[in-house]
Design a protein around this ligand. Structure first.
Ligand SMILES: Nc1ncnc2c1ncn2[C@@H]1O[C@H](COP(=O)(O)OP(=O)(O)OP(=O)(O)O)[C@@H](O)[C@H]1O
Length: 743
């Protein structure tokens, strides 16, 4: 079986053979066109049961490679797959569920695609058809048919033109499957369209045409509801169009966002024009909060260890500090009546001017642990009131690994500075750079930024660093690892950035692997203090953890079973790749479980909408990659399901920490697949037992087998999400599966 690599990106280098030789403006149904002529030479499609055909020669003297994969038949299913790969790269996946028919098919050729037939089969109640045709280039199609509901999901990614067509009759009990002849296809495809079909209650249409470019389409129809996702991503031109009818429908459009990372993120690829909606300005919205849970007071039972010389005494209440009145009022308005342990210890340390590395369990108030003392100190020292300037010189810079998290920190900061002259600003990737610059220019005392956007704005001369007194790294272990370590190193190396003995550097996280602790020393003064609440890297004990042995092919069934039993409770489902996040969200919608997705390939606007819909409960299930693993503080998340366990135990701790926050309880379920998760067995046992959770017997057996070399370890997953680092060394790069558009 072909190994799934959901993240595989189709690289430019694999694109078309000499496109310039082909007149891509020729109409596909013009018999004189290169396109039609060539297709013609391969004849027509025929219906053949459960077969897969590849044609392996094409005559332009180009390399040709084709890989086809076909799943098996379920009891009630008939499946077909016919593929033709020309000079192109294609990717296909299809699934039919019910009738015990499940399929995954991947299709990957390379060179330039030229004509392809693709057909799905029938489950007992499923009637599905899919016909696709890909022109010169890359194609990606995906479709799902589920149960008696008529659902379709298609992806199409073409390069240099392409067309496809599909119809579907969605009546229950009408198994049928056929492929159009080339002539039929020609007439139906007309001017290169791509059409979806009808569900029982749903009417869907989708037409897209991709010209000289890359296209991407996704669509879903769910039961009576008609849902569509349409995307178009073109370069070198192209256009697409879609319509939709149907009842009880929601419509979403999407285009995969450009990959980002590093300072040049926004200058590479298509220009980003997204301007996020302004945050609410009314006091009530600024101080909106959620209730602390019944276990809030239990935080005090944690043992706190402070390493380092002469730590100041912990405070017992917020009133113990000499904060200005406005800040004290703001803390009360935020609903903080007493500090959590990490706040009790961190606040006096920061007020004393010491550098700090603080590790405390997820959801225990680390954000306020740095914001409150920084604001207090800024108020005490007096900040230059914000005013319009081409170059701003913030006193505080806060960085975090994801856009949503940095925005959340900014919103928290707004609470504590309310009614003061301190102006916080947030800037992050995926939004218009000019918008970030405008925000900064209006005045900036506290700059909350993701690393890529931060470096970009500094390099554009919009931010001067010589006033920086506080440098905060939230999720510090992530900020220092392979993903962002180089950016952080660059940040502290700017000539105008005060040396570490002239600034205060503060690092916070729920996890601090030892190698990162060593690395952190490079950024911190030698007399820094290390506060540990509970165990370093320990999971929040308010999260009830349950690890189930579920192999890859049963995960979806198990997920549906659990979600049905959960009802409407807010649930975060983590998967290991971006494409899978979309796929599982679509699949859940088809199962009548309203779901949305968040990952690094979604546009920022879409990410924010997904999060908003999840927060509001409109979509009680959010399927996410690790981009949502850290920091996000969402009310009433009762469940976290690790559909795919992460590659590192630290990531696991952060993921399950999206529930059980601020004294509330939560539940986490992890699907453990022996084939891919063996390396996690041992660290999971430790995390479970440290958090007083039951350790399943089978997990100890797996750990034992892995230890003894009797169970193979999946090398792809068996990395720690970072290279082996030694003090003073920052490794650049990311493991393939970890590449995410984090900022
Ligand atoms: N002293 C407090 N009293 C009441 N609520 C608090 C207090 N401190 C923090 N909170 C609330 O607890 C929630 C979790 O806080 P926060 O997001 O800072 O946790 P965290 O430790 O940073 O978590 P993570 O490790 O996941 O980033 C937030 O909603 C915050 O407003």
């Amino acid at each position: 079986m072909i190994e799934e690599d959901w993240n595989a990106e189709i690289g430019d280098e694999a694109l078309l053979p000499s496109i310039e030789k082909v007149n891509l403006l020729e109409k596909p149904n013009d018999p004189s066109s290169v396109f039609s002529r060539s297709v013609d030479s391969f004849g027509t499609d025929e219906f053949v049961d459960a077969q897969h055909q590849s044609v392996n020669s094409f005559g332009r003297g180009r390399n040709f490679a084709a890989k086809g994969f076909q799943g098996g038949n379920g009891e009630d299913a008939i499946m077909q797959n016919r593929g033709f790969k020309g000079f192109g790269q294609g990717f296909q996946e299809r699934n039919a569920v019910d009738g015990d028919s499940t399929q995954n098919r991947w299709f990957k050729g390379f060179g330039g695609g030229f004509g392809q037939g693709f057909q799905e089969g029938n489950g007992d109640d499923v009637t599905v058809q899919n016909r696709g045709f890909k022109g010169f280039g890359q194609g990606f199609q995906e479709r799902n048919a589920v149960d008696g509901d008529s659902t379709q999901n298609r992806w199409f990614k073409g390069f240099g033109g392409g067309f496809g067509q599909g119809t579907k009759d969605g009546q229950r009990g009408m198994p049928q499957s056929r492929t159009l002849t080339f002539k039929e296809r020609q007439s139906l495809a007309d001017d290169a369209g791509f059409q979806g079909g009808n569900g029982e209650d749903a009417i869907m249409q989708n037409r897209g045409f991709k010209g000289f470019g890359q296209g991407f389409q996704e669509r879903n129809a769910v039961d009576g509801a008609s849902t569509q996702n349409r995307g178009f991503k073109g370069f070198r031109g192209g256009f697409g169009q879609g319509t939709k009818g149907g009842q009880r429908s929601t419509l979403q459009s999407r285009t995969p966002g450009s990959r980002e990372g590093g300072a040049l993120a926004d200058s590479a690829g298509p220009k980003v024009t997204y301007v996020p909606p302004p945050p609410p300005e009314d006091e009530q919205a600024i101080f909106a909060r959620y209730q602390t849970g019944m276990n809030f007071d239990k935080y005090d039972e944690n043992i706190v260890e402070v390493s380092g010389l002469d730590p100041p005494a912990a405070l017992m209440s917020f009133a113990d500090t000499n904060m200005c009145h406005t800040l004290t009022v703001n803390i009360a308005k935020a609903g903080y009546s007493k500090p959590t342990p990490v706040q009790k210890y961190s606040i006096p340390i920061i007020l004393a001017g010491r550098d700090l590395m603080a590790c405390a369990q997820t959801g225990s108030g680390k954000t306020a642990a740095f914001l409150v003392p920084v604001v207090a100190q800024m108020m005490k020292d007096g900040v230059t009131a914000s005013s319009f300037k081409e170059q701003q010189e913030p006193e505080c810079i806060i960085t975090a690994p994801t856009r949503e998290l940095i925005n959340q920190i900014f919103l928290e900061a707004r609470k504590f500075v309310y009614g003061t002259c301190i102006r916080p600003v947030v800037i992050y990737g995926g939004t218009q750079t000019d918008y970030s610059i405008r925000q900064v220019k209006q005045g900036c005392n506290i700059l909350c930024a993701t690393p890529g956007r931060l470096l970009d704005i500094i390099e554009r001369g919009k931010i001067g660093l010589h006033n920086v007194k506080y440098l905060v790294l939230d999720e510090a272990d992530r900020m220092l690892d392979m993903g962002f370590g180089a950016d952080m190193k660059k940040l502290v190396s700017f000539p105008d950035m005060p040396q570490k003995d002239k600034r205060q550097t503060l690092m916070f996280s729920a996890t601090f692997p030892e190698e990162v602790q060593r690395l952190a020393g490079e950024f911190l003064k030698t007399d820094f203090l290390f506060v540990v609440v509970g165990h370093v890297g320990g999971a929040c004990s308010d999260v009830q953890q349950n690890i189930l042995q579920v192999s890859q092919y049963f995960k979806r069934d198990k997920l549906v079973e659990i979600l049905h039993s959960i009802g409407n409770e807010r649930t975060l489902v983590f998967v290991d790749t971006k494409k899978k996040a979309d796929f599982i969200a679509c699949f859940l919608c088809q199962e009548n479980i309203p779901a949305t997705s968040i990952h690094g390939d979604r546009e920022q606007r879409e990410r924010e909408i997904a999060l908003r819909d999840f927060r509001s409960g409109k979509c009680p299930v959010l399927v996410a990659t690790s981009v949502a693993a850290r920091g996000l503080d969402i009310e009433r998340v009762q469940h976290v399901i690790n559909f795919d366990l992460p590659s590192t135990i630290e990531e696991y701790v952060h993921r399950i920490g999206r529930t059980g926050r601020c004294g509330n309880t939560g539940k986490a379920v992890g699907f453990f697949d022996n084939n891919s998760d063996g390396h996690l067995a041992q660290p999971l046992i430790k995390v479970l037992s440290d958090a007083q959770q039951e350790v399943p017997l089978w997990l100890t057996e797996v750990a034992f087998e892995v230890e003894g070399g009797r169970l193979p370890v999946n090398t792809q997953k068996n990395y720690r999400g970072r290279g082996k680092v030694t003090a003073g060394e920052v490794k650049i790069g990311c493991p393939a599966r970890e590449i995410e558009s984090w900022d």
